[in-house]
Design a protein around this ligand. Structure first.
Ligand code: ADP
Ligand code: MG
Length: 318
């Protein structure tokens, strides 16, 4: 058996089976690990890696965008818990031929999205050819405030904080060499300069009626399944209700792309996906779109669409 049989999530499950979470802490399986502290706060920790050739192409992404994205995808995992980011660590494996200008632009992008979150340390090493970036992010939230994937409740509405599919369409445009008009550029920007929803996550977690939350990194088809599994519930979602940006709709109709499929299966939107009590939803002060409902039982049902959708898996994708 190889990793392509096991799949990315099979591999993580295999690791988790050997390393159960310590008591009162949240370990493998959520957007962040959660460690209770003595002062009524919880510490949040998460880490993410970006590898040249797998996550980005050096000749297409600018160093500024790469620095931005490296920090953004990590800050997004703190946002997903409703936490406040307190610091990051940056580890770089870089080939010797990168220019100093490249490094400075990378750090400009990293600093811009970090918006005052301090860089506290890291590690540096030479790499034979490919760029490899690993960021660890630290955060905190008041005890019990952190929003886990396992908190969804029957009857909850399922919501997202912003449009889906832009990032996947931007990547598709890059890979297919689509001519870059303003709409295509807007999609590519969403792919390379994702905005972590930290403020939105904090405001949502302050509402008791907001139950489960995560960020959308693999596509809601796959990401929502994680909430359902962790919470032991099912759901129905209407693909027709997924929020689609105007540039996405225009580019899809022009290129003959399936916008619903990009919105469901495409990852890296880094919007927040959350479930909320219907009464509490009416009073939310964060812009959002209702896309479905949590049901008793198991499984995810797509309303009014016969296709079956699935998200991104690092070992199974074709
Ligand atoms: P996210 O997309 O939110 O960053 P991932 O899908 O990368 O989350 O990971 C899912 C969960 O599995 C997280 O809790 C993460 O910490 C954990 N995880 C992923 N890879 C490993 C690994 N190699 N060892 C231990 N835990 C891991
Ligand atoms: Mg996440």
């Amino acid at each position: 058996m190889t990793l392509s049989d096991l799949g990315e999530f099979g591999l993580i499950e295999r690791i988790r089976a050997r390393f159960p979470a310590p008591q009162r802490a949240v370990g493998i399986g959520d957007d962040c690990a959660v460690l209770p502290q003595r002062d009524g706060q919880e510490s949040l920790v998460s880490t993410d890696m970006l590898i040249e050739g797998t996550h980005f192409l050096r000749d297409d992404i600018t160093p500024y965008q790469l620095g931005w994205k490296s920090a953004a995808v990590n800050l997004s995992d703190i946002a997903a818990m409703g936490g406040n980011p307190t610091g990051t660590l940056l580890s770089l494996a870089l080939p010797a031929d990168l220019t100093v200008e490249w490094i400075d632009a990378f750090l400009d992008g990293y600093a811009a999205v970090s918006a005052g979150v301090p860089l506290l340390g890291g590690d540096t090493t030479a790499s034979p050819d490919r760029i490899c970036i690993n960021v660890t992010v630290l955060g905190e939230s008041p005890s019990g405030r952190g929003r886990l994937r396992s908190n969804a409740m029957e009857g909850d509405l399922i919501c997202v904080t912003g449009p889906l599919g832009d990032s996947a369409a931007g990547l598709k445009a890059i890979l297919e060499g689509v001519e870059r008009d303003a709409d295509v550029q807007a999609l590519i920007d969403r792919h390379y300069l994702p905005m972590p929803r930290v403020e939105e996550g904090l405001r949502l977690a302050a509402q008791a009626g907001v139950h489960a939350m995560m960020d959308i990194s693999d596509g809601i088809g796959s990401d929502l399944e994680h909430i359902l599994e962790a919470s032991g519930v099912g759901a129905e979602v209407a693909p027709a209700s997924l929020p689609l940006s105007a540039p996405l709709q225009r580019v899809c109709s022009r290129q003959g792309w399936d916008a619903a499929e990009l919105a469901v299966c495409g990852g890296e939107d880094y919007e927040l996906l959350f479930t909320v009590d219907p009464e509490a939803e009416k009073a939310l002060d964060v812009p959002h779109t209702v896309i479905g409902r949590i049901l008793s039982g198991r499984g995810l049902r797509w309303l009014g669409d016969a296709r079956s959708f699935s998200g991104f898996d690092h070992y199974r994708s074709v």
